[in-house]
Design a protein around this ligand. Structure first.
Ligand code: PMV
Length: 332
């Protein structure tokens, strides 16, 4: 018990997402993720590597109150029935979870809040869906298996992304670095003595659009697009060796190479290219876009002592936000 009553923390408490005291509630949460290698090519069965960003999370709370199903978030608060398009994937997560566990919508309120920026390739949609699946199932005292949870998040991700690989669904749930391929993940024992600086261009990138663009270029020019996809897939496994054996320079070179290949695939953006150049200009070992692209974020691998200089250079080059994390995704 605290010995004194802290009025300041009470004043800053956001009560909007809290059900009235005494009600049964279900809670869930999932973290952001950082794709180090393999975005897009993972859709074609190639390996990818991702880190958990555990300090960035989406949290969901579910409870029953009245009769009308409702949704609460920073973007929309009101009846679920009249929610805008941005709530379509969360709505799918709610409905499919209820269907799977035999619950109904009547009187259900689901509130989702978090600090993962939307549409920046950091996994906000998968983390929101994962948090909702847990909150709704726990409200009904149902414990889902890992496979059931994954399948439900994937249904919501189909609304957000079209045909997701499943990388985001697992990388936002598993609290360690992973190698992902064909819907299964294994931990990567990272021993890298360097850190990652992530920078947000502030440009909203549509993952669905980027995935469609890659598919179109594969249809139009199969041989050369497939060669690029193969090269990116090979980089994922070479990068895992660098992560395991502490080779930051080699990892950086592969990141810059991956950025070139992703640009060739058509998923970069001038703002991403500008930040990649700013990071390497400030002494990063290498840098690339991360996630779906067409906007969103870049990631640079940097000597620990150089992280704040690289972050400042990225801000001067136009980044609206930067995050520095250890080689396993913990904030510096
Ligand atoms: O959600 P994003 O923008 O991080 O993209 C997910 C990664 C992709 O490979 C582009 C798509 C997928 O389904 O794996």
């Amino acid at each position: 018990m605290p010995s004194s009553f802290d009025v300041t923390s009470l004043a800053s408490l956001d009560t909007s997402a809290l059900p009235r005291i005494g009600r049964a509630v279900g809670r869930g949460s999932a973290h952001a993720k950082l794709i180090l290698f393999g975005e897009h090519v993972v859709v074609y069965g190639k390996p990818a590597v991702a880190l958990p960003l555990r300090a960035m999370r989406m949290r969901a709370t579910a409870w029953r109150e009245g009769t009308e199903p409702r949704f609460e978030s920073d973007h929309y608060t009101g009846p679920l029935a009249t929610a805008p398009e941005i709530v379509e994937a969360p709505r799918k997560a709610i409905e499919e979870t209820l269907r799977a566990i035999g619950g109904d919508l009547e009187g259900l309120t689901v509130a989702v809040r978090g600090n993962i920026p939307l549409g920046r390739g950091l996994g906000s949609s998968a983390a929101a869906a994962g948090a909702i699946v847990d909150a709704v199932s726990r409200l009904h005292n149902v414990t889902l298996s890992g496979g059931e949870h994954f399948a439900l998040v994937q249904l919501a991700e189909q609304v957000a992304h079209g045909k997701p690989s499943g990388l985001d669904a697992l990388a936002t749930t598993i609290p360690s670095p992973i190698r992902f391929q064909n819907a299964s993940a294994v931990p990567v024992p990272v021993a890298l003595d360097a850190c990652f600086v992530i920078a947000d261009t502030g440009v909203h990138g549509s993952t669905r659009q980027a995935v469609d663009d890659v598919r179109t270029s594969l249809e139009r020019d199969n041989d050369s697009t497939m060669a690029t996809i193969d090269a990116l897939g090979e980089l994922s496994d070479s990068a895992i060796a660098d992560l395991e054996t502490n080779e930051p320079r080699s990892l950086g070179a592969r990141m810059s190479q991956a950025h070139e290949l992703l640009s060739k695939l058509g998923v970069s953006h001038p703002a991403l290219d500008g930040l990649v150049a700013a990071a390497t200009g400030a002494g990063a070992f290498g840098a690339k876009l991360t996630g779906g692209g067409l906007g969103g974020c870049i990631v640079a691998v940097v000597e620990r002592g150089n992280a704040s200089a690289v972050a400042s250079a990225l801000q001067s080059a136009g980044a609206i936000q930067t995050w520095s994390v250890t080689s396993t995704g913990t904030p510096l």
